[in-house]
Design a protein around this ligand. Sequence first.
Ligand code: ADP
Ligand code: MG
Length: 250
Amino acid sequence: MLLAEHVSKSYGALTVLRDINLRLERSQVLSLVGPSGSGKSTFLRCINSLETIEGGMIWVNGSLVGYKQVGDSYHELTERELATQRATCGMVFQSYNLFPHMTALENIIEAPVHVRKVPRKQAIEEARGLLAAVGLSAKADFYPRQLSGGQQQRVAIARALAMKPELMLFDEPTSALDPQLVGEVLDVMRKLADAGTTMVVVTHELEFAREISDFVAFMDGGVIVEYGAPSQVLVDPLDGRTRAFITRQK
Ligand code: ADP
Ligand code: MG
């Protein structure tokens, strides 16, 4: 479902990703952990072609990110084609970026109706199902400002799922939330993982990462310092940097 090979990325003279190699099969969950500035968000943005990479290749669901195959050769995608490819991934960010002038339901049906061209009636039906799945059936007609941060983030998850992505990318979806609202968002993510959603999760919630992940990658300075099972990386790390990080988080 996800294959990253020798991925590197710089901003000018600053190298933010160096030789990143990762592989994730369908229904698996990968957590990316590491200090601020280690390149976690950048890597997610590269998976979703919101950033271009200078070296290496990323494959999502068998497609090379940013390219299409024509015969034996690969051609760069146009902006329009990139948008279509991007829809393979659903992304949820730290800050709930719902459209403020639309209700929860309208937020969820926006992309299915306008991008996937799903008939409005069917999109509404699906959206109601998704709202129920994130525990917000009663909030369909509420505007973002009428919802708590945790509720907004759950709508954002439902909105991403409405595009039926192959892969869900989460970038610290709970770090902007008041502590008492974190649990309800993690619960929704746990349910998704249990239901077999393929997910890459950037999080500082290490206990949560340990619970839901098949693999954990610890990043520092743009490299994957340590990679493996959560019971190893988060409990008994081999590398001193990983150990220092998880000790600090406790
Ligand atoms: P993390 O998500 O792990 O905190 P980021 O991927 O956001 O890390 O950032 C990695 C590094 O890249 C940081 O040093 C950051 O300052 C730098 N960076 C991120 N985005 C940009 C950008 N658009 N232009 C220049 N530098 C950037
Ligand atoms: Mg980040």
